[in-house]
Every structure is written in structure tokens, then in C-alpha cells.
Design a protein around this ligand. Structure first.
Ligand SMILES: Cc1ncc(COP(=O)(O)O)c(C=O)c1O
Length: 380
């Protein structure tokens, strides 16, 4: 594959590759990492590998200096395969199977998240003496891909849990939060940091010294109507809040997923059918919410990928973009301007598709998941 021209997806000339597929540009991951680390002075970066566990993507992040945040023992093994030292892995899923805890502990993982008494019991059994960090909840400010609400406890309860962890022989080590994914409100991190600082003071009075503050992920990318300088505003607020509220010897880590990889990916699909129903024009693609663009369903179609098509005609018409299955939940986006003369066999490209796409794909109705092709400017 020949790398063509900056910002021109190579996939546009790759007619011979069977769709659907995800083209990932590793140079864009390096750019995202550089932008983030420039903004996050003094903050350690742990890639939330759940959003795209492709080994070449992980290796690229690792070579940039990133470590990994994992949700399961399977993810841990993948992180180790790309070179991560188990002691540098954060097991940030607050609820784990006992088997996964044991296998991570055996491998040398030292840090585990939790937010319940029963998780403390499991950790005490499966990873005796481990460093544990409690996940707190923060008052909900709505993110685009809502992931807040399931995990996290109030700070009073978190304080009790940290006491219990100490009693059970674990090391009460840190605090974590996650503001939700594709969070557009910079204040949500400031608020959460302020909240964490309260818990740090409460624990200090109990002679528990918090050594880690994990500010989670959620950093937004430029889907439709999101400005590029958002991350500067967010990181400015984060650094300001950390400087104001967090004092002493506390390691600060962030767990970006989407921000590091979304921009690197273009999902390439082919139109397999067209229809007009009650005056609305539909394009049926070989990729849909079930086999690659699951976040369309998860956000009730609020997440809008920038889209372009292979016809590139000046005259546009408005279409619904839907997937190949028989399920009506499979629709990706409504009211999308596409070349008016588009036909079966033409291509639709979804930009910013590197995160939470292939990782969440399933083969419902027998339609295949997109393959990933990785291109790298350095190697051309
Ligand atoms: C604990 C935790 N950290 C980090 C992330 C990554 O979030 P994002 O991809 O929005 O940066 C998630 C996503 O669900 C998460 O649950």
C-alpha cells in the first residue's frame, strides 16, 4: 500500500480491498499522543486499550511512552505481549472475576480499582497486599457517550471502603474517577478533582496517604461540531485544578482511549442497497451499528462521524445511513448529505472511527466484522 498525500485517506485508492474495513494511520496516533502529553505536563498516560486493542496500535502508544489500563486478564496478556511490564499496568475495572484478579496478581500486576466491599474481599483473596484505588462517582454532567453512572461511590462511602481495604491487608493507594466518554464540558474534570481532594483530606486525617489520583479518560475528539482546541481548554482546566487542589506527593495518571486513536481510523464501507421509504432516502451499507459502529446505537445516533463518499459530487442529497442486518437498531446516522448520484457499489467513509468500533463489533445476522489495515507514514 502506498501512502498518498497527507490527510488523503489511502483507502480512497484501495479499491481492491474487501469492505468493510478500518484503515488506521499510526502517525496520527503519534500526533495525538504528542498533543496530549504536551498538554498533560506531569500526568502519566495509560492507554484505555478497550477502545482499540489492535497490537500495532498498542505498540505505537507504548513506543510513545504510554502504559496500559486494562479491564480483564485477556487485555493484560495483550499488553504484556507488546512489552508492558505488569507492574506498570493499571487494572481499572472496578469489578473483576476472582480468576482474573489471581492471574493478574501472579503475572505481577500491582494496582487494582474497586468500589465495593465484595471486591475488597476478592482482592484480599486473589491479590493479597495489592495496591488498590477506589473509584468515586461525580455528579453527572452529561457526556456524549454516557459511561458514567455504573461505577463509583460517594466519597464518604469511598472512605469506608479504603478503611476496609486496609483492614483486609491491602494497601489503600489511590482514587480514580471517569467523567464519561467524549466529555465536552471542561469543568467536569475540575469538579471531580476538587471532589477527590476532599477525599484525600478525609483519608489523611485517618492516616491513609493517597499516592495516586487517576483522572480517567473521556477526552473528546472532533466528531461533527466539536472544535479541535477543546483539548487545550480541558487540559488547562485540569492542570489548574490539580495545582489548586492536589498537594504533596501524589502521582497523577490519565486513561485516554478515544482521544489517542479515534482520529487515526477511517471506516470504509460499500453501499449494498438503496431504497426510498415514505419520502426518505436510505443507503444500506455493509457496515452498521452491529458490526463496527455500535456507538451509534449506544448514543441513540447522537454521535456523528464526519462522512464522505467516493462519488464526491457537488450536488448532495440527504440520506439515512443504515447497516446490513435485518435489525432496525442497525442505523448509523440520519439526515447525512451524500453525493446525490450515489449508487450501489460506491463507498462511504466514516472518519474518526478508530475508537470503540472494531473492538465492539459482532457478527449479528452473519455479517463480518471489519478487518483492520494499519498504515504508517514512517514506513512508506
Ligand atoms: C475506567 C475507564 N478509564 C478510561 C476510559 C476511556 O475513556 P475514553 O475512551 O473516553 O477516553 C474508560 C472508558 O469507558 C473507562 O471506563
Amino acid at each position: 500500500m502506498v501512502y498518498m498525500e497527507k490527510n488523503t485517506p489511502q483507502c480512497e485508492s484501495a479499491h481492491f480491498i474487501k469492505t468493510p474495513y478500518l484503515e488506521v494511520r499510526l502517525d496520527k496516533i503519534r500526533d495525538a499522543y504528542a498533543r496530549l502529553s504536551k498538554n498533560f505536563i506531569g500526568i502519566e498516560i495509560y492507554y484505555a486499550m478497550k477502545c482499540n486493542p489492535n497490537p500495532e496500535i498498542m505498540r505505537t502508544v507504548f513506543e510513545c511512552g504510554g502504559q496500559f489500563e486494562i479491564s480483564s486478564a485477556v487485555e493484560m496478556k495483550k499488553a504484556i505481549l507488546v512489552g508492558a511490564e505488569p507492574k506498570n499496568i493499571l487494572f481499572s475495572n472496578p469489578v473483576k472475576t476472582l480468576d482474573d484478579i489471581k492471574s493478574a496478581h501472579r503475572a505481577g500486576v500491582e494496582c487494582f480499582a474497586f468500589d465495593s466491599y465484595s471486591e475488597v474481599d476478592k482482592l484480599a483473596e486473589g491479590a493479597p497486599g495489592a495496591k488498590v484505588y477506589v473509584r468515586i462517582s461525580i455528579p453527572v454532567r452529561k457526556s456524549v457517550v454516557a459511561s458514567e453512572g455504573k461505577f463509583g461511590v460517594a466519597i464518604d462511602y469511598a472512605r469506608e471502603l479504603m478503611h476496609y481495604a486496609r483492614k483486609m491487608g491491602l494497601k489503600p493507594y489511590g482514587i480514580s474517577f471517569h467523567v464519561g466518554s467524549q466529555m465536552l464540558d471542561p469543568e467536569s474534570w475540575s469538579y471531580a478533582i476538587q471532589h477527590s481532594a476532599k477525599l484525600i483530606s478525609m483519608l489523611k486525617r485517618d492516616h491513609i496517604h493517597v499516592e495516586l489520583l487517576d483522572i480517567g479518560g473521556g477526552f473528546p475528539v472532533c466528531y461533527k461540531d466539536v472544535s479541535r482546541d477543546n483539548i487545550d481548554k480541558i487540559s488547562g482546566k485540569i492542570i489548574k485544578a490539580l495545582t489548586k487542589y492536589i498537594h504533596g506527593d501524589v502521582r497523577i495518571v490519565a486513561e485516554p482511549g478515544r482521544y489517542l486513536v479515534a482520529d487515526s481510523g477511517v471506516m470504509v464501507s460499500t453501499i449494498i442497497g438503496t431504497a426510498e421509504r415514505f419520502g426518505r432516502k436510505w443507503l444500506h451499507l455493509d457496515v452498521g451499528a452491529n458490526n463496527g459502529l455500535m456507538e451509534a446505537v449506544q448514543t441513540s445516533n447522537a454521535l456523528e462521524y464526519p462522512v464522505f463518499d467516493s462519488k464526491k459530487s457537488d450536488e448532495k442529497d440527504i440520506f439515512v445511513l443504515t447497516g446490513p442486518t435485518c435489525d432496525s437498531q442497525d442505523t448509523i446516522m440520519f439526515d447525512v448529505p451524500v453525493s446525490a448520484d450515489i449508487q450501489i457499489g460506491d463507498k462511504i467513509y466514516f472518519e474518526y472511527a478508530g475508537a470503540y468500533t472494531t473492538a465492539m463489533s459482532e457478527n449479528f445476522n452473519g455479517f463480518p466484522s471489519p478487518k483492520t489495515y494499519v498504515v504508517d507514514k514512517k514506513k512508506d
